[in-house]
Design a protein around this ligand. Structure first.
Ligand code: SF4
Ligand code: SF4
Length: 222
């Protein structure tokens, strides 16, 4: 899941200052689960912008703003509102902002900051689990990612600075390498950590990346 956090209101208001009639788009998947861009947050934003004297056209939550077909369908269904708006405020991740920008001739502004891919532990508590590196190696580390859970991204750890099982970079988190060792030990495979892991193939994480599985039909061009 992609985690987002609200931008400071001043930043949003500054970005909307040249405009009068925003259309607000939220996302019913990740941003809804994060409580940053679901029905309630879009309604709250609508109220807030109205209180700032803006003529908000509408607040709409699309089922999934990173799904091209769903975005196209939603913008088609709301074509009158899109026409009336002079800016679109997207309360979702940076992916969604770009998808919406590619499908409207209106200026598009982000209402959220995209922070990471991770897990929702409980409401308001999120944890980064994956840096989307393009070459997953967690199988070699007992299912614990050293790339995103160790601040030094060590494939050959630990760094030696671990204090009572905590990370020397951030004492509020567990040392990922202590967790990796304990997990591998419980699997009876801690000996495999003695090998020297080769550097990752960073060519697999050059941007922009594209994947075509050959399945499904993409209607039209991006
Ligand atoms: S190894 Fe790469 S793809 Fe796998 S969980 Fe870690 S960051 Fe994500
Ligand atoms: S203490 Fe552990 S998690 Fe922190 S940087 Fe060192 S090896 Fe990585």
């Amino acid at each position: 899941m992609i985690f987002t956090k609200p931008k400071p209101m001043k930043e949003i208001l500054d970005s909307l200052a040249p405009y009068e009639k925003p259309l607000i788009l939220g996302c019913g998947t990740c941003s809804a689960d994060c409580h940053t861009g679901g029905e309630k947050e879009v309604a709250d934003m609508k109220k807030r912008l109205k209180s700032e004297g803006m003529g908000v056209v509408e607040g709409v939550v699309v089922e999934s703003l990173c799904n091209l077909e769903k975005v196209r369908r939603a913008l088609k269904d709301k074509k009158e509102q899109v026409k009336e708006a002079d800016v679109v405020l997207v309360m979702s991740c940076g992916i969604a902002v770009q998808v919406v920008a590619a499908h409207t001739d209106k200026p598009v502004m982000p209402g959220l900051d995209t922070v990471f891919a991770g897990v929702l532990e409980r409401i308001g508590h999120y944890r980064e689990m994956c840096s989307i590196c393009g070459q997953c190696v967690v199988g070699e580390y007992g299912g614990i990612c050293p790339v995103s859970r160790c601040p030094k991204e060590l494939l050959n750890g630990p760094c030696g600075g671990t204090i009572d099982g905590k990370c020397e970079v951030d004492s509020e988190i567990e040392c990922a390498w202590v967790e990796i060792y304990e997990r591998m030990k419980s699997l009876g495979n801690e000996g495999s950590l003695a090998r020297i892991a080769k550097p990752k193939d960073h060519l697999r994480s050059t941007h922009p990346r594209r994947v075509n599985t050959g399945k499904g039909i993409l209607k039209g061009e991006w």
